[in-house]
Design a protein around this ligand. Structure first.
Ligand SMILES: *[C@@H]1O[C@H](CO)[C@@H](O)[C@H](O)[C@H]1NC(C)=O
Ligand SMILES: *[C@@H]1O[C@H](CO)[C@@H](O)[C@H](O)[C@H]1NC(C)=O
Ligand SMILES: *[C@@H]1O[C@H](CO)[C@@H](O)[C@H](O)[C@H]1NC(C)=O
Ligand SMILES: *[C@@H]1O[C@H](CO)[C@@H](O)[C@H](O)[C@H]1NC(C)=O
Length: 968
């Protein structure tokens, strides 16, 4: 909960003011009059000493008192009239007519009124007295009733320590020299040219803690890794390592890393600084579990010993410093010697002194237990556990941490995205379970694992799955501010706080909430902003479904609750507002009521077929014993969605080879095994597995058909297959089409040159029969050549897509056949939208929320609020057939929210049927799934529409399987 900000305790302030007085007294009197005339303790000054010696002693005593004094803001912090980050010349701003969520009163306070920003600070909230404005040069920002929140605070980010796009030259984040590196500092690798800064700001993120230990160079041992983002995950290795820094995400005049840091700890300048100052919080990262084990070929037992050994060194240093100081304070100057210093262990010694906000990357109970024991053995507090997949299963363990319960920093729903065994039991219900145990919950990005531009969306998802609304908002504002020790200046809208705030285009927890303006240190971050018109209903807190049962099961089954549906023959759905079905390649509305109660319909389903739809009276003939009644509470029945892009059905835990299909051979990488008889095209259908957790979670998210290509790190992936997501085995009439399309991938990150990859494609298309002898089992290649099957090229660069359009024209001219070509990924497709449309090429956008992860993707179209158009709207306007795909198996379940987002930021140009088509008919057409009998599964949503967060999936109607699957 968002309790009041952490003002310095009174006790400390008296103690500290006292020390300062003594110091002034000594300096003023002691130095000039010398000791014999003073009334100070004579033992202390027991013999005549030089002025130099005396200054040295004052210095030493000051240093010793600095060591002991707790970190935090100085007691007079709140008397500041100007921020230390104020940029001279910045005009004051009066934000008027705002609905201000201040984060105060545990997040329950909402103030209607104005906010005055001046001198980098929030000067007034609510009613701004004209007195305050006298003589102030200010601009007026009329918020017109918009919601305003504190700037979003990210507790776990790697912005700048890597780069977007990823480049080897900016992979400075992670030393692999040793597992214990507490002396490394993330700021020493903070790259000021990362596209992520602008992206994060455009999502309202104003402050981020930059942790080291991610985004390493691409080591050869990772060749089998599938997604570039995964490199970040796997190389998130710094162990007892790395000091972190909190930065503001705006540009600075100096353009230096240091000018971005909020309250840089004085120790950044070494040990020579003014020790009369109040120490500032320092920050450090630790990591346990699989990552350090993988990278350093060690076990969890080795990790734990590494920690103990390191802390033992730090303890030795701290003890010798304390002994030194005890002598100095006792006046035993003759026995003193030199102040014990050790640059390697001083930061860890400060952890032991409680002056470091420690962020510990830790998933499982076994690892959390190690850290909690360590905290007691060495007596240090832990500020936050990160990723923390199993924390919701062990609240009492967390509460027993030395120094108090840490905050828990989580992903909302993509815990399995991390693809490790240790993340496997994570749950989307973890935030609410932890909050119910009074444990502070933080949602974090781990940028670029989650693009931090969408950090607020993590909070929205946590809210969707049952975290209280005010706690969800606090989880990305005040709670992380507290966890990083900066809640005296950020995370709240409060008088005297930093002028960091976001003016939103809707309620912040509505889907696709987008900033209209972002202020950092009082500086507006957009000159112009483009936001789509949202329905009026988006201005209030959205309702969300009840997931109490699912949350209880997640805990009861220790993260692995059964996900299989119940099967039913006859089901009567009450209170149905919309029924849409497929008719050929179109979506048609069968029932389309607005929300008026009287219009609600009843829908009766027998053996997977709708047999009646109308009023309760018209359908009254259906009753009996074996009938299931499901109240949709004004919900909808909609066509099941199709997903493409992720290895759904081939992969369970990506980093556990024994759970996956494995990698197909790269023909550009050398000879294939002879038993394959040449470059056989591999078929995904032959490696399918059913009932995986990501597969079933997708099913529960309304995805009924998946198209999956084989997994490979090479040029040719192989032939994709289409299957029913809800099937329990391949024998369960699971296959929609055995071989769908031929998939190749062409980019600048592959082992071969782009021109070599194009040459290989040219060979596939033009090679004569005699040159094709090595392409056995190549029916799909022949079908592609004959224009009967689709060639899907995974490609992002507009240049490469341009070359492919020329190749297509050349092939068609030479062969007289039409080449069915589709671009998947296609991050830069908006640059050549017209040409793509003219060539009749379909596009599957797999990053509708764009991110320039690689050089090939660097020219993304940001979308609102930075640009009016998004990649999806540009392509649709150009007349391209557009589908939306998902590249990650753990995200397939979110397909409907991805599609909804694209529609919401289209400024009303994409209606419900068109949005549905993006993840059904358009997508299937793009893959060449035309003239195929689709299963026509229908999904029942309770409480709302397919595209809003008020609803949840409660049933899937399966005509082909003659049954209805129930999740209630
Ligand atoms: C905030 O929550 C805490 C813990 O539940 C409670 O003790 C406190 O009274 C609350 N404060 C306000 C202002 O509601
Ligand atoms: C470090 O020293 C420089 C130069 O004296 C000064 O400008 C800066 O404020 C110091 N930084 C800290 C964190 O004390
Ligand atoms: C959205 O559409 C309206 C008209 O329907 C137009 O006035 C407005 O400028 C558009 N906004 C954007 C961001 O394109
Ligand atoms: C680049 O292409 C290779 C195959 O040549 C593929 O394995 C890899 O995933 C692609 N990388 C990106 C970033 O698309």
């Amino acid at each position: 909960m968002a309790a009041a900000a952490n003002h310095s305790p009174r006790v400390r302030s008296r103690y500290w003011t006292g020390l300062k007085l003594i110091r002034t007294y000594i300096l003023a009197l002691g130095l000039s009059l010398l000791v014999f005339t003073s009334n100070l303790d004579l033992r202390f000054w027991r013999r005549t000493i030089t002025l130099e010696e005396q200054a040295y002693r004052v210095n030493v005593l000051e240093q010793c008192s600095y060591l002991k004094s707790p970190a935090g803001p100085p007691t007079d912090f709140h008397t500041r009239a100007q921020s230390d980050r104020f940029v001279p010349g910045t005009k004051a701003v009066l934000v008027q007519n705002a609905k201000i969520w201040t984060a105060a009163q545990n997040g329950t306070e909402i103030v209607y009124g104005d906010i005055l920003l001046d001198k980098g600070l929030i000067k007034a909230i609510g009613f701004v007295s004209p007195e305050l404005l006298k003589g102030v040069d200010y601009t007026v920002h009329d918020a017109q009733g918009s919601w305003v929140t504190p700037g979003i605070v990210d507790l776990h980010s790697h912005i700048g320590v890597g780069s977007a796009p990823q480049l080897r030259g900016a992979a400075d984040t992670n030393s692999r020299k040793a597992p214990i590196l507490p002396w490394l500092r993330s700021i020493d690798g903070l790259n000021t040219h990362d596209a992520s800064y602008e992206l994060a700001r455009s999502g309202g993120v104003t402050t981020a803690q930059i942790l080291p230990g991610s985004a390493n160079n691409i080591g050869t041992e990772h060749k089998t890794i599938l997604s570039p983002v995964l490199f970040f995950v796997l190389s998130d290795t710094c162990f007892a390592g790395g000091q972190a820094y909190v930065i503001k995400l705006r540009d600075t005049e100096q353009r230096s890393p240091i000018s971005m840091v909020v309250e840089p700890p004085y120790s950044l300048n070494g040990s020579e600084f003014d020790h009369s100052l109040t120490p500032r919080w320092r920050h450090m990262k630790h990591a346990c579990g699989e990552n350090p084990s993988r990278v350093y070929s060690q076990t969890r037992m080795d990790s734990a010993w590494n920690f103990r050994q390191a802390y033992n060194e730090a303890r030795k240093l701290r003890d010798s410093q304390d002994q030194f100081c005890a002598k100095a304070e006792d006046g035993l100057w003759d026995e003193l010697g030199a102040f014990p210093e050790d640059l390697q262990w001083e930061a860890l010694a400060d952890v032991l002194r409680g002056k470091v906000k420690l962020s510990v990357h830790c998933y499982e109970a076994v690892d959390l237990d190690v850290i909690v024991r360590l905290s007691h053995e060495f007596k240090f507090p832990v500020a936050s556990f990160h990723h923390a997949g199993e924390t919701y299963l062990v609240p009492d363990l967390l509460k027993s941490t030395y120094g108090g319960t840490p905050s828990i920093a989580l992903f909302a729903s993509n815990f399995k995205y991390v693809k490790k065994r240790e993340a496997y039991r994570g749950s989307e219900f973890a935030p609410r379970v932890l909050a119910a145990n009074d444990i502070p919950v933080v949602m974090k990005s781990d940028h670029p694992v989650v693009n931090s531009r969408y950090l607020l969306h993590e909070a929205t998802q946590a809210y969707y799955y049952g975290l209280e609304d005010v706690v969800a908002l606090a989880s990305v504002t005040s709670t992380p501010a507290k966890a990083m020790g900066l809640s005296h200046r950020i995370g709240y809208i409060r008088e005297g706080y930093d002028a960091d705030l976001v003016v939103w285009d809707s309620h912040p927890l509505a889907l696709a909430a987008t900033p209209r303006q972002v202020y950092i240190d009082g500086i507006p971050q957009f000159d112009v902003s483009y936001v789509s018109e949202k329905p009026e209903s988006f201005q209030v807190l959205p309702k969300v479904p009840n997931f109490d049962r699912e949350a209880a099961e997640a805990v009861a089954y220790e993260g692995l609750p059964p996900l299989e549906p119940r099967k039913a023959r006859t089901v009567i759905f009450h209170n149905v507002n919309h029924v849409y079905t497929r008719s050929g390649d179109h979506i048609v509305a069968l029932v389309d009521h607005e929300t008026s109660e009287s219009m609600h319909s009843e829908v009766v389903v027998q053996d997977g077929t709708i047999v009646c739809s109308g009023t309760a009276e018209t359908c009254s003939s259906f009753s009996g014993n074996d009938i299931e009644i499901v109240d949709l509470k004004g919900g909808s029945i909609m066509p099941g969605l199709t997903t493409f892009g992720a290895p759904l059905g081939l992969v369970e835990i990506r980093l556990e080879a024994s759970t996956n299909d494995g990698n197909v051979h790269d023909p550009l990488d050398g000879d294939p095994p002879s038993i394959l008889g040449g470059n056989t095209i591999i078929r995904a259908v032959d490696g399918l597995q059913f009932g995986g957790r990501n597969t079933l979670l997708s099913y529960r998210g309304g995805v009924t058909t998946a198209v999956t290509a084989p997994v490979g790190s090479g040029f040719i992936q192989g032939a994709s297959t289409a299957f029913s997501v809800g099937a329990s085995t391949i024998l369960d009439d699971a296959l929609v089409k055995q071989e769908v399309a031929l998939h190749v991938s062409i980019n600048r990150s592959s082992g071969s040159s782009v021109s070599t990859q194009i040459a290989a494609l040219r060979w596939l298309l033009f090679g004569t029969d005699s040159t094709q002898v090595h392409l056995k089992g190549n029916d799909i290649v022949q079908r592609v050549r004959a224009g009967e099957s689709t060639l899907v090229v995974d490609v992002d660069s507009a240049d490469i897509m341009g070359t492919l359009l020329l190749l297509k024209a050349e092939y068609e001219k030479a062969s007289g056949k039409r080449l069915q070509l589709t671009f998947a990924g296609a991050s830069e497709a908006h640059l050549i939208a017209k040409e793509i449309s003219k060539a009749g090429v379909s596009v599957i956008v797999t990053l509708p929320k764009p991110f320039p992860d690689t050089w090939d993707q660097r020219r993304i179209l940001l979308g609102p609020p930075v640009t009016a158009e998004s990649i999806v709207t540009v392509l649709l306007e150009a007349g391209v057939n557009v589908g939306i795909g998902v590249v990650d198996e753990a995200y397939a379940r979110n397909t409907r929210f991805e599609v909804a987002w694209a529609a919401l930021e289209s400024n009303g140009t994409i209606n419900r049927a068109e949005a549905l088509a993006l993840a059904t008919t358009n997508l299937e057409k793009a893959l060449g799934l035309v003239d195929v009998a689709m299963p026509n599964d229908l999904v029942a949503y309770e409480g709302g529409d397919i595209f809003d967060i008020q609803s949840k999936v409660v049933a899937v109607i399966c005509p082909r399987a003659h049954r209805t699957d129930l999740f209630v």
